[in-house]
Design a binder for this molecule. Structure first.
Ligand code: GDG
Length: 734
């Protein structure tokens, strides 16, 4: 039975030792709780780092103890953790992806450690991988794992989810290892983010850095379709909603609550991190107290900061700043009866945390940047029968779903101050109304739905991949083609040119056929029983020049012209009576687009005009191509013209002309008993559709096609032609 392999930096447990015995405790982080629902319910294995363990005896014991819990450890040395985790992950990726460029640290040796540890994780996955398993890799520490797995098992099903933001292209492009990170992620079949914005940023980065265009959030890369989508992570809603009524929570509450005090309680809970905006939050609270003396003694702020990354100097400084700030506020405003800020620097047991959520009237969640922020959702879930107000930063992914919170800009002190005042004075009916709205939202898409949704989409992507209609032309089929063409009395080989026989180049005129290619085509065509025809979207002059001393027929301008090779030069005729009177008007429009789109240019053919934008900025080119199409569709409607969008081109030409029509004419003329047709882009689909069923049609590229077979690249196509030509030379008349 196939299983799901979950891979994350940390295993969802923490290990400690008491009286020589190992103790295992479940961790409470967002990822750990989130993925646990899948881990508990399905056939799974969770691979991750269990914490620093040095003795080999302990490693063996831990491995044994973890196995029944479906957990597999990846042991790492302290040095590796320092460089890969504390180093590259937390000093390079974390600050960069949270837009803290000033804290980003670039160091080649940290990058190398990151690469190395990603390989170690991937190796451990491969130790447990069986064909048919699905692998779900998590977070920014393991962004190279998908491609390492893909290299080893091209058919593996791999999903990746990023728990932190993906920054805009302008930020991401500054990373020296940006290409490697993108390549790493693109090894996955499905790449998930918390929000549509992060997914959009990722798409824009792969468009600009790898030239990959998306269609419906899907990109085609290395012969695979990769889906990019957003999955806003939820919480275990039912658990939080029910918890406030539990005995354990009541016990904590009995200790907190002093009904005589009648104070508004504000709570905030975060890991110690600069991204959380802790200092700014304290600043805002101070400003609130300065501006609103009437609330002195009536508001208390419980600030829970969970220790984190304590070894990093910057975090130590941050802690110091918070300590000082809290002291300052309490010193300035506090008195014997009232301490404005209650500050705890530690983590709390689960039920203590819930009671804090429940007890508080206001949740103050003001990160400067946060992938999602589950605390905001947990606060809302805990307030079932008790009103409460959430103040939430727009910069947290959760703000997309929690629009009924008081949304603030965490850098705007006055905004936070007014939000606190608004929250304190909000009437109960409005509080309940807003809570209801948000509870509806987060109860519908809870963590189980989130994980289930991700896995369902991954299954869907895999299903589409497996049923994509891609039928790879195997070496056995190549041999069959060789056999058939050798037996044929009258074989017709119709070959598209660009992308099928030669690679694409930036300038169309650079793609001249090599001497070897011309020689190969000549050998094929010289065989008495074989007729070679080159088909292209190019103009006939260029094709005539390319194949001047080759005696083959040519179809030019996507089927507008057919050039019959008859001894001395080619006799050209149009496939039907055509007009070019429209060109003046259309050229005028295209000229405007050339001026507005640096790098683009017009190619003029006798019966068509083409606007090329391969060398323009990708985003701009795409946008202009879209605009141009729109503009042209109005103008061409009455002119009997068609507008085609191809590989970085927009082409205008006479209607009813296509390569399929040309192929029909060729068949009538040659009456072949064997047809081989190859092409790489969608204009070649007309040819494939115009063929009798038994023809050998080949799509060059791994996309869905009307052709019978797919070949990976033009190189494989050349290989096929070489094999055929060799057989012909050995067995046929010349
Ligand atoms: C990443 C992203 C994204 C906190 N203190 C205690 C405690 N917690 C629990 C909270 C919550 C979780 O930890 C923290 O979740 P966050 O969402 O705030 O952030 P992270 O897990 O640090 O980080 C973040 C998340 O991944 C999920 O994708 O939302 O943006 O940075 O569940 O309740 N739990 C206990 N004691 C504590 O003291 N028991």
């Amino acid at each position: 039975m196939s299983k799901i392999i979950i891979v994350s930096n940390r295993l969802p447990i923490s290990i400690s030792k008491r009286e020589g015995k190992l103790l295992f405790r479940r961790s409470s982080g967002g990822l750990a709780t989130g993925v646990s629902s899948i881990h508990k319910s399905k056939e799974t294995l969770w691979i991750g780092w269990p914490g620093l363990i040095s003795s080999s005896q302990e490693k063996a014991n831990i491995t044994k103890e973890l196995r029944p819990r479906k957990l597999v450890p990846v042991f790492l040395t302290q040095k590796k953790i320092e460089k890969y985790y504390e180093g590259f992950s937390n000093r390079t990726i974390w600050p960069l992806f949270h837009y803290f460029s000033e804290h980003v640290y670039y160091d080649e040796s940290l990058w190398r450690a990151y690469e190395n540890v990603n390989h170690i994780f991937a190796e451990q996955v491969l130790n447990f991988y069986d064909k048919g398993d699905m692998i779900w890799v998590h977070d920014y520490q393991l962004m190279l794992v998908p491609s390492i797995l893909r290299d080893r098992y091209p058919e593996a099903s791999v999903g990746f989810f990023l728990h932190i933001p993906f920054p805009s292209f302008e930020i991401f492009r500054t990373l020296p290892w940006r290409q490697q990170i993108l390549d790493g992620l693109l090894g996955a079949d499905l790449i998930g983010f918390h929000t549509f914005d992060y997914a959009r940023h990722f798409l824009s980065s792969i468009l600009r850095l790898k030239g990959l265009e998306q269609e419906m959030q899907t990109v085609y890369y290395n012969n695979r379709y990769i889906r990019i989508d957003s999955f806003p992570m939820g919480i275990d809603y039912k658990k939080y909603a029910a918890a406030s009524q539990s005995h354990a929570v009541q016990k904590y509450l009995d200790r907190f609550i002093d009904p005589k005090r009648n104070r508004k309680i504000i709570v905030s809970i975060d890991r110690l991190d600069y991204s959380k905006g802790l200092v700014q939050r304290l600043e805002a609270f101070q400003l609130f107290l300065e501006n609103n003396p009437e609330y002195h003694g009536k508001v208390e702020f419980i600030l829970l900061v969970v220790p984190s990354r304590v070894k990093v100097e910057y975090y130590r400084q941050l802690k110091k700043k918070i300590d000082e700030y809290v002291g300052r506020i309490n010193g300035i405003f506090g008195n014997m009866e009232w301490t404005p800020v209650h500050y705890f620097y530690r983590s709390l047991p689960y039920y203590a945390l819930i009671s804090l959520f429940y007890y508080a009237d206001i949740g103050l969640v003001t990160p400067l940047r946060d992938g999602m922020n589950l605390v905001a959702k947990e606060f809302i879930a805990c307030h079932q029968d008790k009103p409460g107000v959430l103040i939430l930063s727009e910069m947290a992914g959760a703000a997309n779903e929690l629009g009924a919170a008081i949304l603030i800009n965490p850098n705007d002190m006055n905004d936070i101050v007014s939000a606190i005042k608004k929250a304190i004075t909000m009437d109960i009916a409005e509080q309940k109304e807003r809570l209801k709205h948000m509870q509806n939202q987060i109860s519908r898409y809870d963590v189980e739905k989130w994980a289930g949704d991700f896995m369902t989409q991954l299954e869907e992507v895999i299903r589409i991949r497996d049923e994509s209609g891609i039928n790879v032309l195997t070496p056995e089929i190549m041999t069959e083609i060789e056999n058939k063409v050798t037996l044929a009395k009258n074989a017709l080989c119709i070959l598209d040119y660009d992308g099928t026989l030669v690679p694409f180049t930036n300038q169309p005129e650079q793609a001249k056929p090599s001497r070897e290619l011309v020689a190969l085509l000549r050998t094929l065509n010289n065989c008495k029983s074989v007729h070679v025809v080159i088909v292209s979207g190019r103009d006939r002059e260029s094709l005539d020049a390319f194949f001047a001393d080759l005696d083959v027929d040519i179809v030019a301008e996507h089927g507008a012209w057919i050039g019959n090779s008859e001894g001395a030069g080619r006799q050209w005729h149009t496939i039907a009576p055509l007009s070019d009177e429209w060109k003046e008007e259309i050229r005028h429009i295209l000229d405007r687009y050339v001026i507005r789109t640096p790098g683009s240019f017009i190619e003029e053919k006798e019966f068509s005009l083409v606007w090329h934008y391969r060398q323009s900025d990708v985003g701009l080119g795409q946008q202009r191509a879209h605009e141009l199409r729109e503009t042209l569709s109005y103008i061409t409607a009455n002119l009997n013209l068609q507008v085609l969008e191809g590989a970085k081109i927009v082409e205008v030409k006479n209607s009813g002309i296509n390569k399929g029509r040309a192929v029909e004419q060729l068949q009538q003329r040659f009456k072949p008993d064997f047809i081989l047709v190859a092409g790489d882009d969608w204009t070649d689909e007309d040819m494939f559709k115009a063929l009798p069923q038994e023809s050998w049609s080949i799509k060059v590229g791994m996309q869905r096609s009307a052709a019978r077979y797919n070949l990976k690249s033009y190189e494989s196509m050349i290989e096929l032609l070489q094999r055929i030509s060799k057989r012909m030379m050995n067995e046929k008349d010349y």
